[in-house]
Design a protein around this ligand. Sequence first.
Ligand SMILES: *Cc1c(COP(=O)(O)O)cnc(C)c1O
Length: 403
Amino acid sequence: MAFSPDFYKKHFPVFDANPGWIYLDHAATTQKPQLVIDRIRDFYAKEYATVHRGIYKQAAAATSAYESVRDKVAEFLHAASREEIIFTKGATESINLISRGFLAQRLKEGDEILISAMEHHANLIPWQQLCLEKKAILRVIPLNSKGELDLERYWDLLTPRTKMIAFVHVSNTLGTINPVKRLVTLARSKQIPVLIDGSQAVAHEMVNLEELNPDFYVFSAHKIFGPSGVGVAYIKREQQEEMKPLMWGGDMIKSVTFEETIPADGPSRFEAGTPNMAGVIGLGAAIDYINSLDRIEIKVYLKELARYVYDMLKDIKGIRIMGNATERSPIFSFSFEDIHPHDMATFLDSRNIAIRAGHHCTQPLMDHYQVGATARASFSFINNKSEVGKLVSSLEEMIQFFA
Ligand SMILES: *Cc1c(COP(=O)(O)O)cnc(C)c1O
């Protein structure tokens, strides 16, 4: 049987509430399948209790529901151990935790941090601010004309001063899938710690951390059909040992006196305070949902869809598409000379099509392409080719409208 996006779309009740809605903003956030919504509702309606502290059976059950998600995430990412999975508020908090908790104590004046030209602000500003504080230098891997990382320059930029490398797995603006395995291998050969921002990749790629072997990998649940306000920091055991928590408080200690605190070992050291219990449990349901799908079939479909969208968009008169990577996800940024992206998004909304307009939290990348903003259409496996057709015909109408 051919792959059927429409079959999967039925799992998402938001499309019953908004008939005919063409949702092309998956890179910003994803909609939620019924299974995730039900799991969160059941937790609140039938199972709600605090985790880690209660003795009563409801609290014990909540704890095991919460902690079982740690196993699920570890398995999902092929991490070596559940202890390497830390729950955060999202990718942004995860990167801040690593920049503050790990790198801040190591970084010295004149040291360098290497990021790429296509980073989301979440994987740029925390490093930039740390550099400013420590008088360190932020270096940037440039792009080639196709919106791919320039690997030769990457090699040159790795120096004895490089203390950290952080790059995105799949670009949220260009759709480029970076050759993360090669990037990590080169970094490893020089013993430089590596962080991968997997925010987009987790929805599209089958991530295998055993194979990739980075020190850090981060993502947000809301980009993979889970709830907002929860995310993951995968942190290798050996790196956790020397890390400081970002926050101090309850639920993360071995012992406390008025004079000193000894933080707990393992992930709870980085999870001070009552966690986002429903969020984590919802993330577990989102992973169950993804695991229930044929991931290979989906990957093949997304690749085919990316080619299809590009071929359809490229023939529209006056369009400029940012990036055309050989390995890409179906995420497209584009612009027209005389039509502001916000006007484009407004026009498409009048046709019941949701896209994003703006800089997509990648302002330096916009500068690289010398645009202030772009329109971005980002697809998932619930989008079919007739939706691509409607996007294209609506863009053509729009060009007439603004002519
Ligand atoms: C969305 C996104 C982030 C930030 O995620 P938050 O959920 O806002 O913390 C970081 N990097 C990339 C590539 C993203 O797409």
